[in-house]
Design a protein around this ligand. Structure first.
Ligand code: NAP
Ligand code: F7E
Length: 372
């Protein structure tokens, strides 16, 4: 029976990867950090299942900034595969806490690799590398050979993680791989990342719980895929005979503005854009009330929420707040997943429109069920 150790198990990817590995028959150990309030929301459905907790899924306190328990944890759990997903993963926040980001995302990776080297356990190591390494892109589309040019303390910290994986692989013959993953989203995405911020806000605006949505750079382009498919890709990367690095991406790119437009469009609201830069606004152009009513499953509406009567043609629902601009931006990301397709048989199925639709549908449902 295979045993996996996942850092960042309480995050978006950690939760999906745990489900995938449990379904494949793995025993899963997860590293969680102590928090003053519950931080297991994304894995509670597994955690609260007595058939799973402490039988197939085990949680251990730890932190990537703390070396003291890593060796002990490895010796105790003896994982055949390790997925290092823990990170301070917010790019904008990394400008505010650059040193902490470097400690967790950069040196944290070294701490783990070195614990493997010291304990001499036989294992495979997956590192959550990122398209943020490409930053100011040197080639379009980006693949495994594209030179890096990170544009944030997050990207710079992750570049250390990337290269220390390559170095430990070459120097000590460790089975260690980088998955260079482009943005991947889901209904479990953290609420401060742009996709989730948009879908949650649109649902709340329509139900009268929020007046409008403030965003930063609407022109940024991202290659957005569906998180569960990317987590399956992580597993495939570690099933290879030789350790190698892979790009996972859709090969399509869209602006933040397009994401907003598609989100509102699912709700039957067509937006038009007026102004430029910080003065740009998203204004309601047309409302398809029939479609809107059709989208909402009122049987979920336990808080008796009503549709926002104030929304009509001409209402501003999106504004730009320069506060969300980044000191240095990544303008365009588009990945080339050819190597993953050829060697792993990995291909993304959920495309942009389907991704937006499933996220806004899930957020609408959540707001109706929770009332906020
Ligand atoms: P996420 O939702 O932000 O989850 C991050 C996880 O790391 C959480 O479980 C968090 O714990 C944990 N963590 C943070 N600091 C830690 C520390 N000091 N010690 C131990 N655990 C810590 O991120 P994600 O979207 O799932 O991404 C997973 C990984 O892939 C990250 O490394 C991210 O940088 C990378 N990545 C993500 C994407 C993407 O588009 N999602 C793309 C490329 C790479 P709490 O729950 O307690 O906060
Ligand atoms: O921003 C723009 C913002 O924060 C996407 C992380 O998972 O993917 C993620 O990093 C774009 C940027 O993701 C807002 O300026 C506009 O250009 O959703 P994001 P990210 O920075 O791409 C990579 C691959 C990772 O590795 C990271 O861990 O959207 N944007 N207005 C905004 N972004 C946010 N967050 N909030 C806004 O209001």
């Amino acid at each position: 029976m295979k045993t996996a150790l996942i850092t960042g198990i309480t995050g978006q990817d950690g939760s999906y990867l745990t489900e995938i590995l449990l379904n494949k028959g793995y025993t899963v150990h997860g590293l969680i950090r102590r928090s003053s309030s519950f931080n297991t929301g994304r894995i509670d459905h597994l955690y609260n299942n007595p058939e799973i907790l402490n039988k197939k899924l085990f949680l251990h306190y730890g932190d990537l900034t703390d070396t003291s328990n890593l060796n002990r944890l490895l010796e105790k759990t003896h994982p055949s595969e390790i997925y290092n997903l823990a990170a301070q993963s917010h790019v904008k926040v990394s400008f505010e806490i650059p040193e902490y980001t470097a400690e967790v995302d950069g040196v944290g990776t070294l701490r783990f690799l070195d614990a493997i080297r010291e304990t001499e356990i036989k294992t495979k190591f997956y590192q959550a590398s990122t398209s943020e390494l490409y930053g100011k892109v040197q080639q379009i589309p980006q693949d495994e050979k594209t030179p890096f040019y990170p544009r944030s303390p997050y990207g710079v910290a992750k570049i250390y993680g990337y290269w220390i994986v390559v170095n430990y692989r070459e120097a000590y013959n460790l089975f260690a791989c980088n998955g260079i993953l482009f943005n991947h989203e889901s209904p479990r995405r953290g609420e401060t990342f742009v996709t989730r911020k948009i879908t949650r806000a649109a649902a709340r605006i329509l139900l009268g719980l929020q007046n409008n949505l403030s965003l930063g750079n609407l022109n940024a382009k991202r290659d957005w895929g569906y998180a569960p498919e990317y987590c399956e890709g992580m597993w495939r990367i570690l099933q290879q005979d030789e350790p190698e690095d892979f790009v996972l991406a859709t090969g399509e790119t869209h602006t933040v503005r397009e994401f907003v437009k598609e989100t509102f469009s699912w709700l039957g609201i067509e937006l038009e854009w007026d102004g430029k830069g910080k003065d740009e606004k998203g204004i309601v152009e047309k409302i398809d009330r029939e479609l809107l009513e059709k989208r909402i499953d009122w049987s979920e509406n336990i808080f008796n929420l009503k549709l926002n009567g104030k929304i009509k043609k001409g209402t501003t629902v999106v504004e730009v707040a320069p506060h969300y601009y980044r000191p240095t931006e990544v303008d365009l990301l588009i990945g080339n997943p050819k190597k993953a397709k050829d060697e792993l048989g990995w291909e993304p199925k959920v495309r942009f429109k389907e991704l937006v639709d499933l996220m806004i549908e899930a957020d609408f449902k959540k707001v109706l069920q929770r009332g906020y």
